[in-house]
Design a protein around this ligand. Structure first.
Ligand code: AHG
Ligand code: MN
Ligand code: MN
Length: 342
């Protein structure tokens, strides 16, 4: 019998990580364990979404004025219910709810704060295309008792952990606690996420760009020039790049993490701050990308340094391979322009 190949569940990975930090209380592993339970329940529903009559909108809009689908609501509730009683959290906030989500009076509160996008890419559900869940964890700022808005409105660099789950051809859980990025693949036969991608590193430069090009006419000049630059032919810089856009940021960024390149959701003349939410999408994904050796920017500033003023604020987002994001910033800031046509 060979003992060389060890099977590492998320729980084991977290516990072993905590052992390396003697001040860790173990609360954190409990929190992530509760979260993996919720995502397994969401995965179960997502994977049978085509079988049961759970699809379709339920006729109301979320606070962003978008149609809410049944699975969004389901996922939102499951995460809250899995985490409201463990004593790890003092408050939560979700993309689907306008206000912060308090821990019920009957349960203890803890020292962490959870922000989440329960189902990302929900417009893709009906087409059986990858969707995801995104989460972001902070240490509380307030001293004790119930957490408040102040606990939730912290800049991204204060995150103690973040991650995402991508429900795809296989289901993966990818997370960081500030010590690299690790990916786990769900083995459905045993219902466990097993370590499959240890210490993910993003390539320094890629060959793929990912953006909704249908918005081209509203883009600012620098953005238009950058994408035109990527489409030019130049063997030395591997141009033209390939275009890939799924429309679920979890899936688009997961690919970017593994293959390199750049994912963009810019601001434009119609929507100056773009579409994506700082607290539920940009911050957690930026923490992951930076921990993998990548870079994340709003065009002028590091995303993780942005001081939030509103739970649901949006931000332009450019993230991925560091060299690609640097080049993109130069175009956006007008420091770089297209070579004159020869
Ligand atoms: P959500 O389903 O949580 O509202 O997020 C959808 C987001 C994101 O996943 C994706 O990158 C973006 O919307 C796609 O938007 P466009 O359709 O405007 O390209
Ligand atoms: Mn989303
Ligand atoms: Mn969502």
């Amino acid at each position: 019998m060979s003992f060389k190949q060890k099977v590492v569940t998320i729980e084991r990975h977290i516990i072993e990580g905590e052992r390396a930090h003697p001040d860790a209380s173990g609360k954190f592993s409990g929190l992530l364990r509760d979260l993996t339970l919720a995502v397994k329940i969401i995965w179960r529903e997502v994977s049978k979404a085509g079988l049961v009559n759970i699809l379709g909108t339920i006729g109301r809009e979320n606070i962003h004025g978008e149609q809410v689908k049944k699975l969004d609501v389901f996922a939102d509730e499951k995460i809250y219910q899995a985490l409201d009683h463990g004593g790890h959290l003092c408050v939560m906030a979700s993309e689907e709810n306008e206000d912060v989500l308090h821990i019920p009076d009957k349960y203890p509160t803890g020292k962490y704060v959870l922000l989440y996008d329960p189902l990302d890419g929900s417009s893709n559900i009906d087409a059986n295309v990858n969707i995801g869940t995104i989460f972001s964890i902070y240490r509380r700022i307030t001293a004790s008792g119930k957490g408040t808005m102040e606990d939730c409105l912290q800049p991204g660099y204060k995150q103690v952990a973040s991650g995402y789950v991508v429900y795809g051809s296989s289901t993966m859980f990818v997370y960081t606690t500030g010590d690299g990025v690790h990916g786990f693949t769900l083995d459905p036969s045993i219902g466990e996420f097993l370590l499959s991608h240890e210490n993910i590193r993003i390539p320094k430069r890629g060959k793929i760009y990912s953006v909704n090009e249908g918005n081209y006419r509203w883009w600012h000049d620098g953005m238009k020039k950058y994408v035109k630059y990527l489409q030019e032919e130049d063997k030395a810089t591997s141009r033209p790049y390939s275009g890939r856009y799924i429309g679920s940021m979890v899936a688009d960024i997961h690919r970017t993490l593994l293959y390199g390149g750049i994912f963009m959701y810019p601001g434009d003349t119609r929507h100056p701050d773009g579409k994506l939410r700082l607290m539920y999408e940009a911050n957690p994904m930026s923490f992951i990308v930076e921990q993998a050796g990548g870079k994340s920017s709003n065009g002028t500033e590091r995303i993780l340094d942005v001081r939030p003023s509103n739970l649901h604020q949006r931000t332009p987002l450019f993230l991925g391979s560091p060299e690609d994001v640097n080049e993109c910033e130069e175009f956006l800031q007008g420091k770089q322009t297209l070579a004159p046509a020869s």
